[in-house]
Write a protein that binds this ligand. Structure first.
Ligand code: S3P
Length: 747
């Protein structure tokens, strides 16, 4: 929730048009005390009276002329009138206001505003910042003003070349201070995305209801309408004038996507007419799978660039109360690393691969979708079962658009390797966190192999890979211990001439090597070296993905820190390159028992039982760092509950994970009163009492889950902010946490 602020983000705020958006913005700004004065302008006297009486504005005017001469630098004028009325109001604003006054608008279509500005003034005035808050309600007008309307909703700003930085910054600060998440994009991108995800759905809903209403002269068929009709047509009850304006203003982008849907309807009609059962199933499955993929992202606010309706975005915070007991018997979801690799190798194999235990989290689903986008037929996931019709090493097709890999470092880095050897060009993108992560570590060896790859200047995504290159094998001595780099190089090696060898500075997870062998591909590994020859083939197989030790780690620590606890975790992958968390906790004094050992495919699994025993602080051996690389956030929680000091060194890699995990954890622990000091390559933590408080997750799933576990030993509730990314690796974390007795609520 945005806090009430005292600093003045803007000087005077003038809102022209006191509809729902304008009056809600006025209310939010006044409530938070962000502006020196809020002035409402409307031609309707009754609207102004309500705005004044309800304390939404400080004062009113019925025309901008009355206040224009008072306005100067630091003041912001928001044009809150309907889309088609913006040009007229904009003309008046530019004529009356000094260029130092910021002007922004809230119209749902941006090109029409920008074109109108160009036509009126020759070029778009530098003081104009076109904007669009993606927030709304079925209610309208000043009486529906809601000061919370923008909290956790997106506001898209579409600055053009002439827009001044200062005006952009001020507009952005205004929206952020009423709780919104501000993104910028081009005018065209905005209009296309909104045409597809918001405008066309409204027009389809209007069209369906209109058609049915037309058929409805004799019998009242709406009376029999079921949930499907209600769900599909809810938005046809929206304001007709507003949607007329949007249709007219965004004509081009709407017609483009409408034509595509009409073509699709024509083929659907013909499939139905000709009883093409298989094709119908295939089409519905394709759509369902895409919906499920986007759906999970929609619910958890993940897609930063894609085709979602940002209207649905909702930030999830956790409130975890102390006093939980940590007892139970459970199986956590499938291993993330193996789930990614099962899709990649299954897609490149000849024949059909069946995967069970697949992790239905956003990261592995992003990989799955990427292969669908490259023409691979993949069924599921359905309760962890996925069936992949492999296309062979050379059977992938060029995707129609950039591959979107969400939050997943493993997807982008491994994919960059196997795509470097394809015949087609491809672009790999991700969300805000992934877009800031280093890709030079994979681009460098791939370039040595002959790949042509572009990244941003600072080595971050998007990555653009040029197809049709001849790769040659290399012997690559890795500068850092990274399974992603090793796997990337080996996967490129499948397409390279001759032998590809990786040499790692310390052992890292070896799932790629093991799984390649499972697909019948020869990989030689010993000590620090793994080698393979290009030009072979992968043969389809069955893969059973064990439970992810990285997810199990949260419950292992829960049991290790709560007196009286006893948790058993079933069928956990205990590959020797992943059990650093067990080794470290045992050194700290934890009571951990492994039983029912088994070999599943090429991977060892076991059940793990953890019972409470007092922990003591240790100096974590550096050779355990790569073996526990993802488990440190929750290990830091164990350290905070241990007696004495825990010291971690040699872990600088933690600084380039989904967040800077050393800093994220140090910040949160300090907020909770723990004596934690970040160092360049690790952290010092003095065990003691954990206090209550509000911590940031930094959009990092493992930080969010680690602090949920910390709450078990805290002396009051811990609020964890923006936990949506938990769905990337552990979609049912909340329900399993509750199952073992952790008091976790959503807020
Ligand atoms: C992974 C390797 C590790 C790990 C990540 C998954 C993998 O990353 O942190 O969560 O599946 O190969 P690095 O290779 O960057 O250490």
């Amino acid at each position: 929730m945005a806090k009430k602020k005292t600093e003045k983000v803007v000087n005077r705020l003038v809102i022209i048009g006191m509809g729902l958006i304008g009056s809600s913005l006025a209310a939010a700004v006044r409530e938070r005390n962000i502006a020196k004065e809020v002035i409402g302008i409307s031609r309707r006297k009754s609207t102004l009276e309500i705005a004044l009486n309800n304390g939404i504005v400080d004062r009113c005017a019925d025309d901008l002329v009355e206040v224009a001469s008072e306005l100067s630098s630091g003041d912001v004028v928001v044009i809150g009138v309907p889309t088609l009325s913006v040009p007229e109001v904009l003309k008046q604003c530019v004529e009356l206001l000094s260029p130092e006054v910021t002007i922004t608008d809230v119209a749902s279509v941006k090109e029409s505003v920008v074109i109108a500005a160009q036509e009126l003034f020759g070029e778009v005035p530098s003081q104009l910042v076109p904007g669009h808050p993606i927030a709304g309600s079925e209610k309208s007008g000043v009486t529906a003003a809601n000061s919370e309307l923008f909290i956790d909703h997106r506001v898209i700003l579409t600055p053009v070349e002439s827009t001044s930085e200062d005006h952009l910054k001020r507009t952005s600060a205004l929206w952020q201070n009423v709780g919104a998440m501000v993104s910028t994009m081009t005018v065209q991108e905005h209009d296309q995305i909104l045409a597809a995800t918001s405008h066309l759905p409204h027009f389809l809903a209007y069209s369906l209801v209109d058609t049915l209403a037309g058929m409805n002269e004799k019998t009242d068929i709406f009376r029999y309408a079921a949930g499907g009709f209600r769900d599909f047509t809810r938005i046809a009850a929206s304001d007709p004038i507003m949607w007329r304006d949007i249709a007219v203003a965004n004509k081009k982008a709407v017609i483009e996507v409408m034509d595509k849907v009409m073509d699709n309807l024509v083929s659907l009609r013909s499939l139905i007419e000709n009883t093409e059962e298989d094709k119908l199933t295939a089409m519905f499955k394709r759509a369902r799978d895409a919906r499920n993929h986007f759906g999970s992202m929609l619910e958890s606010n993940k897609l930063d660039t894609g085709l979602q309706s940002p209207m649905n975005e909702k930030v999830i915070n956790y409130i975890v109360s102390p006093g939980g007991n940590a007892r139970g018997d459970l199986r956590v979801p499938g291993d993330k690393s193996m789930s990614h690799r099962s899709i990649m190798l299954g897609s490149l194999a000849d024949g059909m691969t069946e995967v069970t235990g697949f992790l239905e989290g956003e990261d592995s689903l992003a990989t799955l979708q990427a292969f669908r986008d490259m023409g691979v037929e993949i069924e599921g996931p359905n309760e962890g079962r996925v069936v992949i019709r492999g296309v062979g090493l050379h059977g992938l097709k060029a995707p129609k658009k950039p591959l979107y890999l969400g939050n997943s470092g493993t997807s982008i880095r491994l994919l960059s390797g196997l795509l470097a050897g394809q015949a087609f060009d491809v672009e790999l993108q991700g969300d805000t966190s992934l877009s800031g992560r280093p890709m030079g570590r994979v681009a460098t060896p791939l370039r040595k192999m002959g790949a042509v790859i572009e990244t941003e200047k600072d080595g971050t995504p998007p990555m653009r890979i040029k197809g049709g290159q001849k790769l040659k094998g290399i012997n690559y001595r890795m500068p850092m211990a990274s399974a992603q780099v090793k796997s990337c190089v080996l996967l490129a090696g499948l397409y390279a001439e001759g032998e590809t060898t990786t040499v790692e500075p310390a052992p890292t997870r070896d799932h790629t090597e093991r799984m390649l062998r499972g697909f019948g591909y020869q990989v030689d590994s010993n000590d620090d070296t793994a080698s393979l020859n290009g030009g072979g083939r992968l043969t389809s197989t069955r893969i059973n993905v064990p439970a992810d030790i990285s997810s199990a780690a949260f419950f292992m620590v829960a049991a290790a820190i709560v007196p009286g606890s006893d948790i058993t975790l079933r069928h956990v992958g205990v590959n020797p390159t992943r059990i650093g968390v067990i080794n470290i906790l045992r050194q700290m004094g934890a009571n951990i028992e492994l039983f029912n050992p088994a070999q599943v495919g090429d991977e060892p699994v076991a059940d793990i039982r953890v019972r409470y025993a007092p922990l003591k602080g240790i100096a974590i051996p550096e050779d355990q760092v790569p073996l526990a690389i993802d488990e440190f956030p929750v290990l830091f929680v164990a350290a905070a509950c241990a007696e004495g000091k825990t010291i971690l060194t040699g872990a600088e890699e933690l600084r380039v994970k989904e967040s800077d995990r050393i800093q994220s954890m140090a910040d949160g622990l300090v907020t909770l009163g723990v004596d934690a000091v970040a160092t360049d390559d690790g952290i010092h933590i003095e065990g003691g009492e954990i206090g209550s408080g509000e911590v940031e997750s930094f959009d990092d799933h493992r930080i969010a889950m680690a602090f949920s576990i910390a709450a078990l030993r805290a002396n009051g509730p811990i609020i964890i902010k923006e936990t949506n990314n938990v769905a990337t690796s552990f979609p049912n974390f909340i329900s399993l946490a509750r199952q073992v007795g952790i008091n976790i609520k959503l807020a």
